[in-house]
Design a protein around this ligand. Structure first.
Ligand code: HEC
Ligand code: HEC
Length: 456
């Protein structure tokens, strides 16, 4: 043992000596070291290193944000599963839940979407060959187990569905239907105008938490949820308790696009705040995730009686599962480009003429300033300026409507335009502006303007 060690030492001696000589030689040479200490070169190296740090930070934020937008429940399973027991309705009696269960066919009819990229190949071919029944609640559980139901996270314990949580993608992503209607590749930021949020929530075995909060019966809550219909949700109901407009119609709004928002100052139809304000608002007060939310405007007892009583203006949870994700979530949403309309979906020549009208005679660009299609600055307007009622505006702290950014309008055609979808078509929108703003557009001009809107 000792002799081998000595042998090794003896053998490495000459190598060490050569190395030492090389170091001494390098130290005596004047050239390369002076270059290193040259301040200009050093500054350049530091600049490159800093730029690289910024770029890798941007990449990390983007990737983390995408993960949060698609897959984070913020702990909301304690509400949707824990309190409403929604997973029991999905399971059905036969699998240990309640009622008949929800089949994939019913889930698709409720507007839920399936991400083909998440499905195991074997399940894809089984569905294709209809070997797997879309009429069986067990298949819904298999889809949840594969984490393929867009925006819905099944929580499993020993292979049994024990809870369910919601993600941002639930309302703000859809799929391209490339496999079948409702099954395809994800399109983040595209509003899911097929999703019947109210009917899904109403399927929960109990709605007691809402009933207690609003001071009404569970059946009244159910009735309100069922009044929304596809593509709609009411993000202010549990602040002001207003379920219906004075004309008796639902108070819900259509789900907006979450793309094309970079450069836009205020968010939601009524400009509640920035994207990140609203993200915290939704994650905590709507999805019932666990985190911190502070907005003292909700303490106003006359405007937000429900929120003021429940203390929604200052919510604290420990651990906070929202705040650490807000930066990345914000960054990801600002990265989402507006949807591009298919080239053959509008008349190019007419759209060209429509552009001139939009920026000229029709006065649209005074508010919808290209290329953002919203005013840089404070893009808020009164109901009177728009020629509509102020019901929804009056439910927000600023009591105004925000100019809607118009890029990717075509994906919002289903469910209608304006905050509550009151205008079924773009022709209706243009006719409204023509009347209200006395534009005196000819029928031809109106058509051109609509073609331009379709091209955005
Ligand atoms: C249950 C459906 C639903 C879920 C889940 C949901 N949203 Fe929304 N989102 C809406 C509706 C409806 C509005 C419009 C609210 C309004 O104007 O009062 C909205 C508005 C927005 C806006 C404003 C868009 C604009 O035009 O300015 C952003 C941004 C947004 N949501 C992001 C998110 C993020 C991020 C999450 C997850 C933390 C999320 N949403 C979860 C339904 C939903
Ligand atoms: C005074 C500012 C203003 C002017 C001028 C204006 N808009 Fe708007 N626009 C708004 C606001 C604010 C909204 C949001 C209304 C709502 O949601 O209730 C809106 C919404 C829209 C929408 C619906 C978007 C959606 O996703 O629901 C379209 C389409 C539209 N405007 C097109 C036009 C056209 C075309 C013109 C010109 C004829 C025009 N606007 C002129 C402020 C304006």
């Amino acid at each position: 043992m000792r002799s081998t060690l000595e042998k090794v030492l003896r053998r490495s001696y000459p190598i060490a000596l050569v190395l030492l000589l090389l170091v001494v030689l390098w130290a005596c040479l004047p050239g390369p070291k002076t270059v290193k200490t040259n301040p200009a070169v050093k500054a350049e190296q530091e600049r490159v290193a800093y730029d690289m740090r910024v770029e890798s930070h941007a990449r990390e934020l983007f990737e983390q944000g995408r993960e949060v937008f698609r897959y984070d429940t913020f702990g909301s399973e304690d509400f949707w599963g824990g309190q409403l027991r929604l997973h029991e309705a999905i399971l059905g009696e036969k699998q240990g839940g309640v009622g008949p269960g929800i089949t994939p066919k019913q889930a698709l009819e409720l507007g839920l979407k399936v991400d083909i990229g998440k499905l195991p190949k074997i399940l894809v071919s089984a569905i294709r060959e209809t070997a797997v029944s879309l009429e069986n609640p067990e298949t819904t559980i298999a889809l949840l187990r594969a984490d393929s139901v867009v925006g819905v996270k099944g929580i499993f314990k020993d292979d049994k569905l024990v809870s369910i949580g919601l993600e941002c993608a639930f309302c703000h992503s859809t799929v391209d239907d490339s496999f079948a209607k409702g099954i395809g590749s994800r399109l983040d930021g595209w509003p899911n105008r097929d999703l019947n949020v109210g009917a899904i929530a109403a399927a929960a075995p109990t709605l007691k938490p809402y009933a207690d909060l609003l001071g009404v019966s569970e059946s009244q809550v159910r009735k309100v949820f069922l009044s929304w219909g596809p593509g709609k949700y009411d993000a202010e109901l549990n602040q002001d308790g207003k379920a219906f407009r004075p004309d008796g119609k639902s108070a819900a709004t259509v789900i907006p696009a979450a793309f094309g928002l970079a450069g836009v100052n205020l968010h939601t139809y009524t400009g509640w705040g920035s994207v990140t304000h609203w993200n915290a608002y939704v994650a905590i007060t709507q999805m019932h995730g666990k985190g911190t939310f502070f907005d003292p405007r909700l303490n106003d007892r006359s405007q937000f009686p429900v929120a003021a009583k429940a203390g929604y203006g200052n919510i604290r949870n420990n651990p906070d599962r929202v705040t650490p994700k807000l930066a990345a979530l914000h960054y990801y949403q600002l990265s989402l480009p507006p949807a591009e309309p298919p080239a053959d979906s509008f008349d190019k020549a007419a759209a060209g003429r429509g552009k001139l009208l939009f920026e000229g005679k029709a006065e649209c660009a005074t508010c919808h300033v290209p290329p953002l299609f919203v005013e840089p600055g404070w893009p808020m307007h009164t109901a009177a300026e728009l020629g509509i009622d102020d019901f929804q505006a009056s439910r927000s702290p600023d009591k105004h409507y925000r100019t809607t950014p118009l890029r990717g309008l075509f994906v919002r055609a289903k469910g209608g335009f304006y905050h509550d979808g009151r205008f079924a078509t773009l022709d209706d929108v243009v006719n409204h502006y023509d009347r209200h703003r006395k534009l005196r557009l000819t029928p031809e001009e109106k058509k051109d303007l609509v073609e331009y809107l379709k091209s955005l």
